[in-house]
Structure formats: structure tokens, C-alpha cells
Design a protein around this ligand. Structure first.
Ligand SMILES: Nc1ncnc2c1ncn2[C@@H]1O[C@H](COP(=O)(O)OP(=O)(O)OP(=O)(O)O)[C@@H](O)[C@H]1O
Ligand code: SF4
Ligand SMILES: [Mg+2]
Length: 339
């Protein structure tokens, strides 16, 4: 797939590093005695992450963001479609090739408290991936660890090496998780809600640290978030997900400042007002709950909640993702030229 092949999916200038095409992850949990339902967690996503690029994936809880990120790392069972990394078919990797991929692609999870082992010092946690991947001589690993701690601004680094996680704040613990990903010098990092569980004062610092690392070391990021406002500052392009599908894709400035899809508009209208004088102003919310991914509505998946629904059309025909502005695409019948 060329970077230009998917609507709105092309990185403006960067050659592509990660490419997903029609990616599907369906789960089949047992729902009754014999019946198995199909949960369409990711249902036909095409996405490109360019080299040195940050792509945000935003959407409500249950829209499939984490499953998409895990599928790109081959940590979720892929039901269909294709994923390539640096041109190689990820589904065709044998065990040694998958291990090599695991060095090149890393993840930073939401919960730094669950991600740090309480029984290992910071130094032990950072040396572990180096040992697993056989990086550096044992004697040289201390230097790699100290450098990674400096990169995430835990300084003086020597003071943190022998610390246990319980002595650190949530923000410091998340920096350890980032350092643990960085020691392997990855090319791609999936950051899944990396700041949602840490205190508000550390959030902006950690996001700007990630942005700086991305610029300095040229790492590509998939930045998963509920917070569409943070995607504006931290990402180059944004994919808005709803029930396992991409409903809007484009440059983050365009998607967030001039959204097209009614769902994206609803997410933006729900962002809290930063000006304390306006804090009491009523915030708009998207009506209703997202439907269950095991019972995706026919037609446009958003039609059960959309204030602009076209009866007889939106409830029958699924809109295709198509370019409406340069490199900015939307899946909505309001834009397909027939309305
Ligand atoms: N292992 C699994 N088995 C069955 N269903 C699953 C599994 N993992 C995820 N799901 C379902 O897939 C859908 C997408 O889940 P996912 O965790 O990817 O959403 P999300 O957008 O990351 O949500 P959140 O913002 O709450 O983290 C949900 O309906 C979820 O219940
Ligand atoms: S296709 Fe119809 S229901 Fe779906 S978002 Fe557009 S107007 Fe709303
Ligand atoms: Mg998630």
C-alpha cells in the first residue's frame, strides 16, 4: 500500500513506517451456553504512521483504540486485513523476526502503577529488556540505563537507579516506563493514554517530553487518547474512531479546529473549557451511550446518536471514508455529494 493509497491516511511528507489496510480484530466471547457473539473491536481500519510522525487515535471508551494499538504490535489476534512495518508483512513474521520487531516497536501503557514491578529497582527494570534482547555487554548496560534516565529527565540519574517504584510519584513512574521503552532505541512507540492516570500538573510535562524525544530521536508514535484537545498539540495527524472504524482522518489542526464529522464535532464540544471564568458553562455531550461493539448498528454506526441523521439513508448505507479536503477524509453521507 502506498502512503497515498488510503483516504486521508497519507503522511504529508514522511515515508511510511507502519501501514494497516482494512485491519480487523474480532473477538468471539461466549455470551450464552452455546452462542458466541462477535465483538467488532477493530472493523476495517486503514492507517499510516510515517517515519518521525505522531498519529493520534481518539474516540470514546470502547471505540477500539487499545485493540488497534495492540494489533499494530501484534499483541491482539488479527482477524483480517494487513499490517506492514517498514515494508514487512507483520502477519508473516516467524518467531525470531517477531522478537526483532518487538525491539523496534514498543508500548507505553496507561497505568504506570501496574507497569512497574514493585519488587525491582528502576535499574533492574531498565536492564531487563537489554538482557532479553542481548543489547550491549553486561558491563556497558549501566551507562545505557543512566542515559535513558537522563533522556526522561530523571536526574541526577544515579539517584534513581536503586530506587523502588513505591518511592516515586505517578509522573516519575511513567517516565520510568518511557525510559524502559527508550533503552531499546525503538523506531515506533504506541503510547496508550500515557498521561490519563497521572496528576494534571505532570501531564503537560510528560507530553512535551514525548514530543521532544520524538523530534530529537525521530521515533514515530501512535498516541491513543480520549482527550482530543491534547491530540492537537501532540500529534501531526489524527484518526477519530467510532465502534472500530475510522470516521475522520486528517491533519490534527484541520480535524480539531475544523472538524467535519458530527461525532468529531461532538467530541470537541465536550472538551472542558480551559478558561476558569467559563467553567460553569454547560458542556455539550453526545447523546446516548456508544452501542456495544457486539451489536454494531446497520448503516452509519453513529446514526443512533447523530443529530443530523438522514432517515432512510444513514440507517441503511454505511458511508465510506473519502477525501473532502486535501489529506482530510470523513465517512459521512453529508459529504458524499449526494445531499
Ligand atoms: N479480549 C477481548 N475479548 C472480548 N472483547 C474485547 C476484548 N478486548 C477488547 N474487547 C472489546 O472490544 C471493544 C474495544 O475495546 P478497546 O479496549 O480497544 O477500546 P478503547 O477505545 O481502548 O476503550 P478505552 O478508552 O476504555 O480504553 C470493546 O467493546 C471491548 O469490550
Ligand atoms: S452518515 Fe448520517 S448518521 Fe452518520 S454521521 Fe453522517 S449524517 Fe450522521
Ligand atoms: Mg483503551
Amino acid at each position: 500500500m502506498s502512503a497515498a493509497a488510503s483516504p486521508g491516511g497519507s503522511a504529508a511528507s514522511a515515508p511510511s513506517l507502519v501501514e494497516a489496510e482494512g485491519l480487523r480484530v474480532h473477538f468471539h466471547p461466549r455470551s450464552g451456553l452455546l452462542r458466541r457473539s462477535t465483538v467488532r473491536a477493530v472493523d476495517g481500519i486503514s492507517l499510516v504512521v510515517g517515519r518521525r510522525e505522531v498519529v493520534a487515535v481518539v474516540g470514546e471508551s470502547g471505540s477500539g483504540k487499545t485493540t488497534l494499538g495492540r494489533a499494530l504490535l501484534r499483541l491482539a489476534p488479527i482477524s483480517g486485513g494487513a499490517v506492514r512495518f517498514d515494508g514487512a508483512d507483520l502477519l508473516a513474521l516467524d518467531r525470531p523476526a517477531l522478537k526483532a520487531y518487538r525491539r523496534r516497536a514498543q508500548v507505553v501503557f496507561q497505568d504506570p502503577y501496574a507497569s512497574n514491578s514493585p519488587f525491582m529497582t528502576v535499574g533492574e527494570q531498565l536492564r531487563e529488556p537489554l538482557a532479553v534482547h542481548g543489547i550491549g555487554a553486561v558491563s556497558g548496560r549501566e551507562e545505557i540505563v543512566l542515559r535513558a534516565l537522563e533522556q526522561v529527565r530523571l536526574t541526577p540519574a544515579a539517584d534513581f537507579v536503586d530506587a523502588y517504584p513505591h518511592t516515586l510519584s505517578g509522573g516519575q513512574r511513567q517516565r520510568i516506563c518511557i525510559a524502559r521503552a527508550l533503552v531499546l532505541e525503538p523506531e515506533f512507540i504506541v503510547a496508550d493514554e500515557p498521561v490519563s492516570m497521572i496528576d494534571a500538573s505532570s501531564r503537560a510535562e510528560i507530553l512535551s517530553l514525548l514530543r521532544e524525544l520524538q523530534a530529537r530521536q525521530g521515533v514515530s508514535f501512535l498516541y491513543i487518547t480520549h482527550d482530543i484537545a491534547s491530540a492537537r498539540h501532540f500529534s501531526d495527524r489524527t484518526t477519530v474512531m467510532y465502534l472500530g472504524t475510522a470516521v475522520e482522518v486528517g491533519p490534527s489542526a484541520g480535524v480539531i479546529e475544523e472538524p467535519l464529522h458530527p461525532y468529531t464535532k461532538g467530541l470537541i464540544a465536550a472538551v472542558p473549557e480551559p478558561d476558569p471564568r467559563n467553567r460553569r458553562r454547560m458542556r455539550s455531550v453526545i447523546p446516548g451511550e456508544p452501542p456495544n461493539a457486539a451489536a454494531v448498528p446497520a448503516g452509519c454506526p453513529f446514526h443512533t446518536r447523530c443529530s443530523q441523521v438522514i432517515r432512510g439513508r444513514c440507517d441503511r448505507e454505511r458511508p465510506k471514508l473519502q477525501d473532502v479536503r486535501p489529506a482530510h477524509s470523513v465517512a459521512c453521507h453529508l459529504y458524499d455529494g449526494s445531499v
